[in-house]
Ligand binder design. Structure first.
Ligand code: PHB
Length: 370
C-alpha cells in the first residue's frame, strides 16, 4: 500500500450513526436531479439504478423530497406523501440495500421557493412572513418568478408538523434507514430560523428562541414518529442560498445545535460556508460548532479527498458528504481509495432529462475498457 493509500484509511473506518451503521465515511450528499416520473412525482427504476450505482457510499442521503404538495417548489422533484411515491421509493431502497448500501431520505418543505402552478389549488406558496424570494424557480414551462408568499397563520403550523411526521413514517415504510430533515438552503425551516426571511412578531419570530421554535417542533415530531436514532438534520448556518441571511448566524446556530442536542439525533449535517461556494465567510467557526454538537458531525461543501482525509484524521469531522463528485463518479469510493482521477461533471444534465448524465457516467473499470 502506498503512503497515500494508507492515509486514505481515515475515510474507511466504519461509523455508527444512531441506529445506522455506515461502512465508510464517504457519504453522498442530497442532490436535486429532477427525474421523478412527471405524473405524480414518483421515483422509478431509473432512480433506483442511479442510487444503487452509488451504494458503496457509507450513507446515501437521497435527494430533497417534498412532504406534501405544498412543500413542492420545482417541477419533477419526488414526493413521499402518496402510496405511489412510497412504492417508487421502495424500488430505490431495495436496489441500494441489495448492493450493500445504506440510504436515508431528505424531508423537504420549500416554503416560499415555489410558484402557484406547483401548489395545491394554484394558491400562493407559504412562508413565515410575506417576504419575497427575489428569484426564480422552474415549473414544466421553464423558469418562473416566485411570487411574494403568504405568511403562515399559527393555526396552520400543526398541519405542516403533521405532514413531516407522516412523511417520516412513509420513508420508513418505503424501506429507508432513516431520514434527514432539510433545515438548510433557504427552504421553509431555514426561512423560519433566519431573520431576513422571518419578520414575525408572534412566538415564532423575533428572538432566537422564537425563531427556532417551529424547526425544533418539526424535528421533535419526526423523532417521535420514527425514533431519534434514525433522524439527522441538515443545516447551513451562513448560506445565502435561497436569499436567506441572519444578522448573527453564530449565536443563532449555537443555540439551535444546543437545543438539537437534547433530541439525541443520529447526525447533524453541516454545509460549511456558502452552499456550493466559498467556505471562508468568517461568521461561524465550524470547529467550535462541531465541539458543541453532541452527535455525529457530517461535513459538506467543497471538500476534496485530501481535505476529507485531513479533517477526519484531525477529529474535526466524522464523515464528509460529497455532492457533485458523487454525481459524476458512481465509483467515487473506489476512486478515493486509489487516489484516482475523477470524471468531470456535466452541468447541462444536472436537472431533468433521462439517463444521460444520470446513470451513464463511467466507472474506472469501464473507462479502462473504452
Ligand atoms: C435545488 O433544487 O436546486 C436544491 C434543492 C435542495 C437544496 C439545494 C438546492 O438543498
Amino acid at each position: 500500500m502506498s503512503q497515500d493509500q494508507a492515509s486514505a484509511a481515515a475515510l474507511f473506518t466504519p461509523l455508527q450513526l444512531g441506529a445506522i451503521d455506515a461502512k465508510n465515511r464517504i457519504f453522498m450528499a442530497p442532490l436535486t436531479r429532477s427525474r421523478a416520473k412527471h405524473d405524480g412525482d414518483v421515483p422509478s427504476a431509473t432512480n433506483a439504478r442511479y442510487y444503487a450505482q452509488r451504494a458503496a457510499s457509507g450513507l446515501i442521503i437521497a435527494e430533497a423530497t417534498q412532504i406534501s404538495q405544498q412543500g413542492k417548489g420545482y417541477a419533477y422533484t419526488p414526493g413521499i406523501y402518496t402510496d405511489a411515491q412510497i412504492a417508487g421509493w421502495k424500488l430505490v431502497t431495495d436496489a441500494v440495500h441489495a448492493a450493500g448500501g445504506k440510504i436515508v431520505l431528505q424531508l423537504w418543505h420549500v416554503g416560499r421557493i415555489s410558484h402557484p402552478s406547483l401548489q395545491p389549488g394554484g394558491q400562493l406558496p407559504v412562508a413565515p412572513s410575506s417576504v419575497a424570494f427575489e428569484s426564480k424557480t422552474y415549473n414544466d414551462t421553464g423558469f418562473v418568478d416566485c411570487p411574494t408568499p403568504r405568511a403562515l397563520r399559527v393555526d396552520e403550523l400543526p398541519g405542516i408538523i403533521e405532514d413531516f411526521r407522516t412523511a417520516a413514517k412513509n420513508a420508513i415504510a418505503a424501506g429507508f434507514d432513516g431520514v434527514e430533515v432539510h433545515s438548510a438552503n433557504g427552504y421553509l425551516l431555514d426561512q423560519f430560523l433566519k431573520d431576513k426571511s422571518n419578520t414575525r412578531t408572534d412566538e415564532y419570530g423575533g428572538s432566537i428562541e422564537n425563531r427556532v421554535r417551529f424547526p425544533l417542533a418539526v424535528v421533535a415530531a419526526v423523532c417521535e414518529a420514527i425514533g431519534s436514532d434514525r433522524v439527522g438534520i441538515r443545516i447551513a448556518p451562513e448560506t445565502h442560498f435561497g436569499d436567506v441571511g441572519d444578522s448573527n448566524p453564530a449565536a443563532l446556530f449555537e443555540h439551535y445545535v444546543d437545543r438539537l442536542n437534547a433530541l439525541k439525533l443520529a447526525f447533524v449535517h453541516v454545509i460549511e460556508g456558502e452552499t456550493g461556494g466559498s467556505r471562508e465567510l468568517g461568521g461561524v467557526d465550524y470547529v467550535a460548532l462541531r465541539k458543541r454538537i453532541a452527535t455525529t458531525y457530517v461535513a459538506n461543501n467543497g471538500y476534496t479527498r485530501e481535505m476529507a482525509i485531513d479533517a477526519i484524521a484531525a477529529g474535526h469531522v466524522d464523515a464528509v458528504a460529497f455532492g457533485v463528485p458523487f454525481l459524476a463518479n458512481p465509483d467515487l469510493v473506489e476512486r478515493f481509495r486509489l487516489g484516482a482521477e475523477l470524471n468531470k461533471p456535466d452541468q447541462a444534465t444536472f436537472y431533468g432529462g433521462d439517463e444521460h448524465g444520470y446513470t451513464d457516467y463511467p466507472t474506472l473499470e469501464l473507462a479502462a475498457k473504452s
